[in-house]
Design a protein around this ligand. Structure first.
Ligand code: HEC
Length: 495
């Protein structure tokens, strides 16, 4: 933790109010915060201090600008752990989506969805690609985007200094073409998801300060620096009075908004869409349709894998016959044979698009949520009640709050066998509070029965929803030099 974060930390955690660390109830204002949060040299609000852990059996979703240090401690059953993980996910998502001003500073009194839509804090973070500049130079400071490609700069003076670049439309594009991960390993992941207008969904991956600093301080930003090493990102640790944030990595999915789509319904952004194959660039307004958030913490040593979707993306497969207005499903395009068991041959949902010449509009992908929200897990609770809490709290702040348009599909977590951390289903004692901060929690990357076993985002794992196991697939991640990447595929991009 660097000096500035320490200062902020003591500001927020040593307030005289004994309740400062306790849970504010749903809809309550955040505890007396500083009026503005300091910004880094790059002009960004950085490393908000995390919320101390709360000693409650069942924590609530609170809307607070400080992300939780870890999931709450006192959980009494596997279902309780799942609940705590889902609350941890919603709180972390809201804190990291806190609106920032043009300078990147956040105001703790201005929660998400109140007033005009503004950039979310995580949008000011650096992208993973910024760690590995294509000319082999050293990365710039965290939070400072690299220069735009000429084709975008040529679009004229940028009316929006924060307008950033989106360029990736598939998973494999974000992996190095040469390296431990071969395109052929990822079959279905090579496919784009096409929206109702015929345009692809765009993806980006952004790193918080803890993740970025770790990569640089461990020398993992170059292939040579990775030689002989295994990555181990810092894990968030929580105590009754404070704690430390671990690494967080966010992958977001964006859809071009059509004139018919109501901007008020989405968190939106002004971006450049760049196609490196044609060197074409255009300015566009996009809406957030999906978000993965991976956070490493003491209670989720193999990372907590949370995934959010826009509520109008696609219906659950069980909602048959399919009807209504969806961004990624036109019910009239679904062949009736899809409703029969076994499914008719002409069924057109969750099928990759046909290849088309570059630049041509594509046939929209028809998406349904293959694993309904109500059946996310056979082993534990689903996220419905936690979603309802978050929606109620957001609605209380601002009727029609756009952030209440997002649903937590679920949070996958796992505890390695033999590792005693609070909340492991392996029989480890559940302690009221984790032991005093052991700084980081360097646990061996062993995957053991994640909960829930399968978790998918309809616009991110579209074509393999039935088998999508976040932690299982990510456990295969290797760095460019071949060492274990601690579940983070982006380390394979180092040159
Ligand atoms: C079948 C494999 C697979 C599954 C299943 C999968 N992912 Fe990934 N994920 C990838 C690959 C490959 C990348 C790197 C390329 C990219 O960024 O899209 C990635 C990237 C990410 C990243 C950015 C960090 C990184 O590793 O570079 C996050 C965060 C993420 N996925 C979260 C999730 C979550 C949450 C789930 C489950 C809901 C999930 N993933 C399911 C393969 C998978």
């Amino acid at each position: 933790m660097h000096a500035r974060a320490l200062l902020l930390f003591s500001l927020a955690c040593s307030t005289a109010d004994p309740a400062a660390g306790g849970p504010a109830r749903v809809g309550a204002q955040p505890p007396t915060p500083p009026s503005k949060v300091a910004v880094s040299p790059a002009g960004l609000a950085e490393d908000a201090p995390c919320r101390p852990i709360e000693k409650v059996d069942y924590p609530d979703v609170v809307i607070d600008w400080r992300p939780p240090c870890d999931a709450a401690g006192t959980v009494v059953s596997a279902g309780g752990i799942q609940y705590a993980m889902d609350v941890y996910a919603w709180r972390g998502f809201l804190a990291r989506s806190w609106p920032v001003d043009a300078q990147g500073a956040l105001d703790p009194a201005q929660p998400p969805g109140v007033g005009a839509d503004r950039r979310a804090l995580w949008e000011t973070w650096s992208a993973t690609a910024d760690l590995f500049p294509s000319d082999g130079s050293a990365p710039g400071p965290w939070g400072s985007p690299p220069p735009l490609p000429a084709a975008c700069a040529a679009l004229g003076p940028n009316p929006q200094p924060q307008r950033r670049l989106l360029r990736y439309t598939t998973k494999i594009e974000m992996l190095a073409s040469e390296g431990p991960h071969k395109t052929s390993d990822f079959g279905l992941l090579a496919n784009e998801v096409i929206d109702g207008q015929g345009y692809p969904v765009y993806y980006e991956v952004r790193l918080d300060r803890a993740a970025w600093d770790y990569v640089l301080s461990a020398g993992l930003d170059t292939r040579a620096g990775q030689e002989g090493k295994t990555a181990s990102f810092p894990a968030g640790c929580a105590t009754a009075t404070g704690g430390e944030l671990g690494a967080t990595v966010i992958k977001a999915a964006w859809m071009r908004l059509s004139a018919a789509q109501d901007k008020a319904d989405f968190h939106s952004a002004e971006v450049y869409l760049y196609d490196p194959r044609t060197d074409r660039c255009e300015a566009a307004t996009v809406g957030l349709v999906g978000l993965h958030m991976a956070t490493r913490s003491q209670q989720a040593p193999l990372w907590a894998w949370a995934t959010f979707e826009h509520r109008a993306n696609a219906p659950d497969i069980t909602e048959q016959p399919l009807q209504g207005q969806w961004s990624f499903l036109d019910p009239s395009a679904v062949d009736p044979s899809c409703y029969t068991v076994p499914r008719g041959a002409a069924c057109a949902w969750n099928e990759p698009p046909q290849a088309r010449p570059l630049g041509e509009r594509r046939q929209p992908t028809q998406v349904v949520r293959a694993l309904p929200l109500t059946q996310q897990s056979t082993r534990s609770t689903d996220a419905r009640s936690v979603n309802q809490q978050a929606w109620d709290a957001l609605e209380a702040l601002q009727p029609g709050n756009r952030w209440g348009r997002y649903v937590l599909v679920g949070t996958q977590w796992s505890c390695p066998a033999g590792v005693t951390v609070a909340g492991c289903p392996s029989g480890a004692p559940v302690t009221p509070t984790p032991p005093p901060n052991a700084a980081v929690c360097p646990l061996p990357p062993v995957v053991s029965s994640p909960t829930p076993p399968v978790l998918a985002n309809g616009v991110m794992e579209t074509y393999h929803q039935g088998s999508s196991d976040c932690v299982g697939c990510h456990s295969a991640a290797q760095m460019a030099a071949g060492g274990g990447a601690d579940f983070m595929f982006f380390l394979s991009q180092a040159r």
